[in-house]
Design a protein around this ligand. Sequence first.
Ligand code: DGJ
Length: 747
Amino acid sequence: MAVIHHQNTNIFHICNEELSYIIRVMENGQLENLYYGKRIHDREGLEIFHEEEMRPQMTVSRPDPSFLSMHFTKQEYPVYGTGDYRSPAFTVAQPNGSRIVNFTYVSHKIYKGKVPIIPLPATYVEQEDEAETLELLLHDSLINTDLILTYTVYRDYPVITRNTRVCHHGDEPVTLERVMSASVEFPDMDYEMVHLSGAWARERYVKTRKLEMGIQAVQSLCGTCSSADHNPFLALKRPGTNEHQGEVFGFSLVYSGNYLAQIEVTTFDITRVMMGIHPENFFWTLEKGEEFQSPEVVMVYSDSGLNKMSQVYHRLYRTRLARGMWRDRPRPILLNNWEATYFDFNEEDILNIARKAKEVGVELFVLDDGWFGARNDDYRGLGDWYVNMRKLPAGISGLSRKIEELGLKFGFWVELEMVNKDSDLYRAHPDWVIGVPGRYESQARHQHVLDFSRKEVVDYIYEMIEKVIAEASISYIKWDMNRYMSEPFSRGTDAKGQGKFMHRYILGVYDLYRRLTERFPDILFESCASGGARFDPAMLYFAPQTWTSDDTDALERLKIQYGTSYVYPVVSMGSHVSAVPNHQLFRTTSLSTRANVAYFGTFGYELDLNMLSEEELSQVRNQIEFMKEYRELIQMEGDFYRLLNPFEGNDTAWIVVSRDRQKAVAGFYQRLNRVNGAWLRLRLRGLDPDRLYTLEWRWDKASERGDARTASRQVYGSELMYAGIPISREILNQKGGDFASVLFTLS
Ligand code: DGJ
């Protein structure tokens, strides 16, 4: 890993064993993006990648004899209005109304390690020699403003992270209108764009489209979150690239609010990718001496397909983005009461469910929505973070102790950013909700967004919830957020402040997360937003796991977890076994298939175990035993390989293999059964071809013996990977036909 500066040619070569990223300071002082891709040799003369020729209709931005035109130049950080007719990465309005700037290279710093970008979440290093950083300082002398572009290359991962900082020194204020975190250009357009798009209960479906000339983008304008609609991620891949071969460039934004991830292709085939805070309703005035810091983009390069890109994101995000004591610990097996009771419970109901949970081996009981204020439905109570004594006479603290006496840990649900108008909080502070005075305030789930851009609001909520947590014995918190922001307007600031407040809202959320996680470092936080509407890297920095989706149907979860795994590690995906018929789809799948899907996540139950038969309970006991034995492998030490794609065919499969390739767990799932169908062959990945493994077919049936091992064979890794495991019709029929699944373990 290195950042090399060639003084004679003024070229910066950022590289590690796998990738090269090359920047040149051009003759006009601006920055050119010469190359990004697989590692190439370092040498002085890398400017051969500079392209410059006279073209019809060309705007020449540098005096003769050069033909330098910004429109045809692959730029490092393009600005508006100087002969480049594409979308810029940066726009700033100046006192005279001009948006024209000329940022030129002044100096640079190269140093070991990586510095935080407080108050924003970002990836980090633990030892300085894990990464090297380049900071390029550019300056516009007319407005007296600095632009600092920061690049960090990791030693052990094909990863470069980027962010942008603006420091204003001029006497006159300027207003930032667009500050992308990064922009990268590629010399051709022979790529496909991969993104993760969906909606509530079908988050992060994998979408792929061929690049075309013009603009293609995904974004969030949802204000409170990165959204269920489009994840803040995109990748470029060469046509023909699949999970395990071909080139991929991943871009992932460490941010939870409005964002833009855009690809623009010119009619000369140049592809520009940019990512950052969405410019809509963003205008940020900087007075003399003030700064603006953009969020971080994490760029992953893979020369061996999408799966490798994902594995890199998994390792980096699990170990160098997530933090705290839970980062390196397998997660407790929990039972959440939401689908068991919804709002309708009292203390005895909760204790009954918890007792049964303890009997079968559950470790943590989670009390979901409905424990506070007048919260008997979703019309009222949000914002009143004090316990409903009619439901829970011993309070949260009393209940938490009773649960602990049963031998379980206790956790609970909060939704701190929201308020119902029917609440004491709203009655006391009606001006704390987001909305434009005199205009209609749209509701969603009968609730409104508290203005977290205001410190006094965040302080108030912190005080209230800190007290509840401190008085009880809390081991886990599910932090929910259930609406997008409409009529975005803060009653707490002036006209200029309106351009800042949506970003400041997100900073307020991060501030509350920071305060609570620092005050209660032992608590495991799980973020949630109507299921998976805020499944983004920034959340993982504060909460190492996220509720993946409100859709708990096993079949639907295959697609959701498959798509989510493009970027996010298995251990970050909240996954529960719920009741059948399923509450979202009314589909019935076997208890075995529901667990076989949920194992590839944090694992828990979301049902009333008292409703299960003795046979089913014995099966649940076995499932929990299995997960306790395998969670270290699945959640911590394993590499995840996608094998069969639910978006493409009837079957889904994946495998987690330990880093030393000694152990593995694989899941195979079919959608519909086949009549008189062919035998299937499941070809595994990631194993040691020369190792003799013991392959076990996990036969999860509802009987006294529960999870019996029906078959155990000695097989070489080469057989498993190149020939595959034969799966017969008979097996799939015995496993229940439609929605059947098989779990394999290898040791
Ligand atoms: C939405 C979450 O995604 C659910 O799991 C549940 O916590 C409800 N909110 C409670 O209101």
